[in-house]
Design a protein around this ligand. Structure first.
Ligand SMILES: [Mn+2]
Length: 328
């Protein structure tokens, strides 16, 4: 729950400044992008000049090209320092990477997020981990923030909610999530249009990459761990970019009786990014935090300090094996 005084404090920071910068996290997902664009449009309508960004690599995933408000987006290097910053979907200031410096110098910092481990780094913190998506917090507190939803911003926020709830299937989906979505549909958002753009928009190369990665999946019965690896040579062989692989881990989650699904991605610099998903009874958020990452109870990630995919797999096995099922 968010205290009204907190919303009032955020409203004061926002209403006092014409210039606003809205930042999301490294490798933004649908919630980060939808929230940035949706809130950006609402603030623009309220008379603000908005610049929106996220850390490099600044490559908006193509599947979100249908969302309005992309004119608000700036590369980090094109930003002009001005006014206050609103950080969206960031559990801590470090998630903004190089933009954290810009936020430090800003005339006020508003933190809007739904991660349970949010560090409350803002001058005002609208943090509610009961909300399925950051976009839902924006929706619920719009009036208090002095902004209003219209069809364009509703399309962005709806897309954010759909992606962060796994199309209303994950354990974060509550009645309030449907209520927010229902209001957006009432305003004219077409669920099928979002589906077609976000979930029926893969390239043939991506489809083939998925097949190849899934056919290499391994299941560890003792740990209930299903995992697969995406190596740099796979990306090159299939011609798929890193920003297309956000949902690849979901292909592993349909396996019967698994506890944890993990996708190990070799990054361009050779480090290994681990995306984790779990069933509701296994808290992988705290596991990811122990390994230097973060996230939610059932969806989290970290960048492994182990060298190479095999070592990263071993590291995760030890973490899962060393702690009993359902710990945390
Ligand atoms: Mn989110």
């Amino acid at each position: 729950m968010i205290d009204e005084r907190e919303t009032a404090r955020a409203a004061q920071i926002i209403s006092g400044r014409r210039e606003l910068m809205i930042f999301g996290h490294h490798f933004p997902d649908g919630d980060a992008i939808g929230s940035i664009l949706g809130m950006g449009l609402m603030l623009e309508k309220a008379g603000h000049r908005v610049q929106a960004s996220w850390p490099e690599p600044f490559e908006p995933p193509e599947k979100y090209d249908f969302l309005p408000g992309r004119r608000l987006l700036r590369r980090p290097s094109e930003l002009q320092q001005s006014g206050a910053v609103i950080a969206l979907d960031c559990a801590n200031a470090g998630r903004m990477e190089e933009l954290e410096q810009v936020a430090d110098l800003a005339e006020g910092l508003v933190n809007i997020d739904h991660h349970p481990d949010n560090s409350m780094f803002g001058d005002a913190n609208l943090v509610d981990h009961q909300c399925a998506a950051t976009a839902q917090i924006i929706y619920e507190h719009a009036t208090g923030l002095g902004i209003r939803l219209d069809l364009d911003s509703a399309l962005c926020l709806y897309t954010a909610i759909v992606t962060d709830t796994g199309r209303f299937q994950y354990s974060n989906t509550r009645a309030g999530t449907f209520e927010a979505a229902a209001e957006m549909v009432r305003m004219g958002v077409e669920p099928n249009l979002v589906f077609a753009n976000v979930f029926q928009n893969d390239s043939l190369a991506y489809l083939r990459l998925t097949g190849s990665i899934l056919s290499g999946a391994v299941y560890d019965d003792d740990l209930g761990l299903v995992y697969a690896a995406l190596r740099r040579e796979d990306m090159k062989r299939f011609g798929v970019a890193m920003n297309e692989t956000e949902d690849l881990v979901d292909g592993l989650r349909t396996l019967r009786a698994h506890r944890v699904a993990a996708l190990f991605k070799e990054l361009p610099d050779g480090k290994v990014r681990v995306s984790l998903r779990s069933r509701a009874d296994t808290d992988i958020g705290s596991l990811a935090r122990r390994l230097g990452g973060g996230g939610h109870r059932v969806a989290a990630g970290y960048t492994s300090s182990a060298s190479g995919v095999d070592a990263a797999v071993q590291e995760l096995r030890e973490e899962l094996g060393g702690r009993s099922a359902g710990a945390g």
